[in-house]
Design a protein around this ligand. Sequence first.
Ligand code: ATP
Length: 368
Amino acid sequence: LAQGMEPMGKPAVEFRDIDIFYGKFAAVRKFSLAIGKGSFVTLLGPSGCGKTTILRSIAGLVDISSGQISIGGKRVDDIPIYKRNIGLVFQNYALFPHKNVFDNVAFGLKYRNVPKAEIVRRVGKALEMVRLPGSEKKLPSQLSGGQQQRIALARAIVFEPEVLLLDEPLSALDANMREDMRVEIKKIQKETGITAIFVTHDQEEALSMSDRIVVMNAGVVEQIGTPGEVYDRPATAFVANFLGKANMLPGTVSAMDGAMVTIALATGHTVRAASPKSLAPGSAVTVVVRPQKLTVCAAAIANRLAGRIVSTSYLGGNAVYEIDIGGNTPVRANTLIDGQPLREGEPVDVGFDPKGCVLLDAQGVRIE
Ligand code: ATP
């Protein structure tokens, strides 16, 4: 499977063949990943896929069963938590409720015996960074959820850790706040140049914030790549479905000419698609087309599939259509529209560029 870009130079964090068991249950299997210094990597996957377990293993909060973890080129799997230089931000803020903002943020510095004047300077700077300057005397209960999460972030970065671990830090915030915080966390991470590992099950968060995304499913890596790579070139059926919407059109190869394959779809339509390799006639394949790549119109277009609109969602400037083309499930098209959207029951032609799709084999793995 695609591993995405490898970082240049010595990785800031490296996992080699990690297995993690809870009793007999393998929560993570054969996990390998190298993270470049200063990059923002997201572990993305559904609940229970093992992403939190991996994050906790870096901090030393869970033991790995086999493999190696290195931070800055040094193995840490035998180093206790308090000696690992790591900043942590959790979903539920985890501030000390009876300590004021200053004492909350200063915690890691006091613990490291930093002189008092230096602590005051660094706490002030961290609070400026999270845009809450002058809030030193406030108690957590006097702050909003978003502000508390900024304080938690200030506390995690104030001692300049080698790695910043963020475990679903935005999931307790309301939708608007969440979007602002996405931008802000990303900005602070770039400004400080800190290496960050972020855990989320939210694909939008992953796509908008990450340099690279690790898509996980049931304890194993499905794909590692840039947001563009995992979205446009999903390596497996799981990735195609987990990141955004995907139309999955099963069919059989009927002919191959040059780099183009002709496929007889289960719906009875025939389509052409660009294929990275030669495929034998009769092979089972699935054509994966994003809703944005489908054209819905009456004019002659490539890969024309006749169908009928079954539902219309007008979103102002664009519309999402579900179109019955004779398969088990309707295809979904998301198109820009000028004027009125098409209505349910209307016959339409749907088309897509042969180069605007991905082919999966019978096992659901992308054909390379
Ligand atoms: P979520 O988003 O729900 O937190 P996750 O992808 O972070 O999910 P993990 O918390 O890493 O998943 O859990 C991975 C698997 O290991 C799950 O099946 C979970 O039930 C199991 N697991 C986690 N912690 C323990 C534990 N302490 N003891 C036993 N099983 C555990």
